[in-house]
Write a protein that binds this ligand. Structure first.
Ligand SMILES: C[S@@+](CC[C@H](N)C(=O)[O-])C[C@H]1O[C@@H](n2cnc3c(N)ncnc32)[C@H](O)[C@@H]1O
Length: 301
């Protein structure tokens, strides 16, 4: 069984990038009057406590949402970031950021009752799917949300094209197993054949592994072959000099954790590229830790 639990990573820099872009896409899609369908193939637990043992052990939010909230950028954020910070704040009415919303709750917060938007969630991990079910059950609008403890790549097949003919597919695996990289490519290829006008958003880790380097290249090729616009953005917070320098010589340096990640979109909102070009350099300035930090925005719809 899988050992990945998103609770260890909730609110890290990769979540900041992913959830900020997710909000931008959803805001764009819901700005038109027709209903949308959103499929989240790898949903996670939905809500996370930043003061839990999980989050406390890894401390990843400290290099993500926590650092961002404490920075001058949070006082004067550009629109894309303002929407993200506002949404996170809406889960923390006391003013202290204790709860971090995962993709199911980020999405649900933006769905409309009228027209009736729909959200499909897939989560395989027994504990996280149970937690997710409990969280979804608390929602007033829970009938808009369908939750399946099934393989998200497989489950997506039966849902495309959605009756709404408008929508978003978020593919956010943990890449714990190497085959996830290949499955993402195959899933995009097949899905584009069935639902060519859908918006697709893939998150992936930028790590020194051939499959991870290959994935955005493969997705570009697939989008180009299908004649669809795409957008690719990465955020790299770099290596922390403290963590690299404070270890005893001869011992393995403390782990830096994930330093960079990317999002790849097919059929992105045409407004997104400019918005990312504005915000990503500011995020690098704010979250950057040193060597290797940077960002990329390419493509653009
Ligand atoms: C990166 S986490 C998801 C985080 C979530 N999308 C968010 O942004 O809040 C990936 C999740 O996918 C689940 N998972 C792994 N393989 C899966 C599969 N084939 N189908 C559905 N869920 C899967 C894992 O248990 C894990 O909870």
């Amino acid at each position: 069984m899988f050992s990945y639990r998103h609770g260890f990573h909730a609110g890290n820099h990769a979540d900041v990038l992913k959830h900020m872009v997710l909000i931008a896409v959803l805001k764009y899609l819901t700005s038109k009057p027709t209903a949308i369908t959103v499929v989240d193939t790898h949903a996670g637990a939905g809500l996370y406590r930043l003061d839990s043992d999980f989050a406390g052990t890894s401390g990843e939010a400290l290099d993500g949402i926590v650092k961002l909230l404490a920075s001058p950028l949070a006082a004067e954020p550009p629109p894309l970031l303002a929407d993200y910070l506002e949404l996170v704040a809406s889960f923390n009415p006391s003013g202290r950021t204790k709860i971090y919303p995962g993709s199911p709750f980020v999405t649900q917060a933006l769905l409309r009752k009228e027209p009736r938007d729909k959200l499909w969630l897939f989560e395989l991990h027994p504990t996280d799917s149970k937690l997710l079910a409990g969280h979804v059950d608390q929602l007033e609008q829970k009938r808009q949300v369908a939750l399946k403890r099934e393989d998200g790549f497989e489950g997506l097949r039966a849902l495309l094209p959605p009756p709404s003919r408008r929508g978003l597919v978020l593919i956010d695996p943990s890449y714990e197993i190497k085959s996830d990289y290949g499955r993402v490519g195959a899933c995009i290829q097949e899905s584009l054949r069935k639902f060519a006008t859908g918006t697709y958003m893939v998150w992936y880790p930028v790590i020194p592994r051939p499959e991870a380097h290959e994935l955005p290249r493969r997705l570009k090729t697939l989008a180009n072959q299908a004649g669809k616009p795409w957008l690719h953005a990465t955020l790299n917070i770099g290596q922390s000099p403290e963590r690299a320098d404070t270890h005893t010589p001869g011992e393995t340096p403390p782990r830096q954790g994930l330093t960079a990640s990317g999002v790849f979109l097919v059929n992105p909102p045409h407004t997104l590229k400019a918005a990312l070009q504005q915000v990503l350099p500011l995020l690098v300035e704010t979250l950057g830790r040193g060597r290797g930090q940077g960002q990329v925005v390419e493509g653009g719809g």
